[in-house]
Design a protein around this ligand. Structure first.
Ligand code: NAP
Length: 283
C-alpha cells in the first residue's frame, strides 16, 4: 500500500474502501469485515450514508488495532455551522464507537461551512480528529476557504474518473497543497465503463482488469481512491494494483476518454444545490 503524507503531517492510505449505499445492516457489516480482512485500512463513510453505526460495529468486531485504521466520515449540510458541527461530530464519533476520527470532511460547500470549519479546527486541536478536509469543493470555493482560514483542508474528496478527469481542479488542489481523493473512482459503473474498449485493451496488455487499470491510472495521477464493491473478490482485485505501471502513451489514451462534465451529479446546477440543501438526515 502506498501512502500520502497530508499537509497536516499524517499518512493516508492511497486506496480505501467506500461504504456509500450500504444501508442494510448485515450487508454493511459483512462488507466492512471482508474489506478489513483482505487488507483495507481506510474506510470512508459519512453521516448521510446512514451506516456509521454498522461500520463502527464491524471495526470493533474485527480486532484490527485502532492505530492501523484510517476512519473517514463527513458532516452533512443540515449540520453546517459552529455549534451544529460540534454536535454532529460527537454523534458520528459515538456511532463509530471511536475516541477519535482520522479525517473529517465537510461533504458539500453549502450552509455556514465557515462556522463548521472553525469548529473542526478546534476538534483537531483537541485531538478528536487527526486531519480535517472538504468534499465536493470546486476550485473557487476551495481557494476561498484556504485563503481565509488558519488551517488549510488536508483533503478534497471529489468525483473523478476517466469520464470526468477534473484536470483544472486537480491543478488547483496541487497549488494549494490539498490532497485529492476520488469518489466514484470507477464512475459508479456508468457508461458501461467496465467494458470500455480502450481500458480493456490496456488491461489485456498488462493482464489486469478494467477496474485495476482505472485505479492504477488514479494512483499515477496522485489521486487517492475509495472504490466500493460488495464482492470480496473485487475488494481484493481493487487492492491488487501495485505490480504494474501504465506507460505515458497509455495515460494519454485514457486522458482522451474525458467528457469534461459529470453524468452522476451536476454540482454547477442550481437544482443540485436545491436538492442537496433540502436533504435531511435527522429531525
Ligand atoms: P464507485 O466506487 O466508482 O463504483 C462502485 C460500483 O462499481 C459498484 O456498482 C460496484 O459493483 C462496481 N465495482 C467495484 N469494483 C469493481 C470491480 N473490480 N469490477 C467490476 N465492478 C466493480 O462508486 P461509489 O460507491 O459512488 O464511490 C466510492 C465511494 O466514494 C463511496 O462508497 C463513498 O464512500 C464515496 N462517495 C462520496 C461521495 C461524496 O459526496 N463525498 C459521493 C459518492 C460516493 P459491486 O458492488 O456489485 O461490485
Amino acid at each position: 500500500m502506498e501512502h500520502k503524507v497530508l499537509n497536516h503531517g499524517i499518512r493516508m492510505p492511497m486506496v480505501g474502501y467506500g461504504v456509500f449505499q450500504l444501508t442494510e445492516e448485515n450487508q454493511c457489516k459483512q462488507c466492512v469485515t471482508d474489506a478489513l480482512e483482505v487488507g483495507y485500512r481506510l474506510i470512508d463513510t459519512g453521516a448521510t450514508f446512514g451506516n456509521e453505526e454498522f461500520v463502527g460495529d464491524a471495526i470493533r468486531a474485527s480486532g484490527v488495532k485502532r492505530e492501523e485504521l484510517f476512519l473517514v466520515s463527513k458532516l452533512w449540510i443540515q449540520d453546517a455551522g459552529y455549534e451544529a458541527t460540534k454536535k454532529a461530530f460527537d454523534v458520528s464519533l459515538k456511532k463509530l464507537k471511536l475516541d477519535y476520527m482520522d479525517l473529517y470532511l465537510i461533504q458539500q460547500p453549502f450552509g455556514d461551512y465557515y462556522g463548521s470549519w472553525r469548529a473542526m479546527e478546534e476538534l483537531r486541536e483537541e485531538g478528536l480528529v487527526r486531519a480535517i478536509g472538504v468534499s465536493n469543493f470546486p476550485p473557487e470555493r476551495l481557494i476561498d476557504l484556504c485563503m481565509n482560514n488558519h488551517t488549510p483542508p488536508a483533503v478534497n474528496q471529489v468525483e473523478i474518473h476517466p469520464f470526468y478527469q477534473q484536470r483544472e481542479a486537480l491543478q488547483v488542489m496541487r497549488d494549494m497543497d490539498v490532497a485529492p481523493q476520488a469518489w466514484g473512482p470507477l464512475s459508479e459503473g456508468q457508461k458501461d465503463i467496465f467494458h470500455n474498449k480502450t481500458l480493456a485493451a490496456i488491461g489485456k496488455k498488462h493482464g489486469k482488469s478494467v477496474a485495476q487499470v482505472i485505479l492504477r491510472w488514479h494512483i499515477q495521477r496522485g489521486v487517492a481512491v475509495i472504490p466500493k464493491t460488495v464482492h470480496k473478490e473485487r475488494m481484493r482485485e481493487n487492492l491488487d494494483i501495485w505490480d504494474f505501471e501504465l506507460s505515458e502513451r497509455e495515460m494519454e489514451r485514457i486522458a482522451m476518454l474525458d467528457i469534461g462534465h459529470s453524468e452522476i451529479m451536476d454540482n454547477h446546477c442550481w437544482c443540485t444545490a436545491k436538492q442537496l440543501n433540502g436533504f435531511r438526515i435527522h429531525a
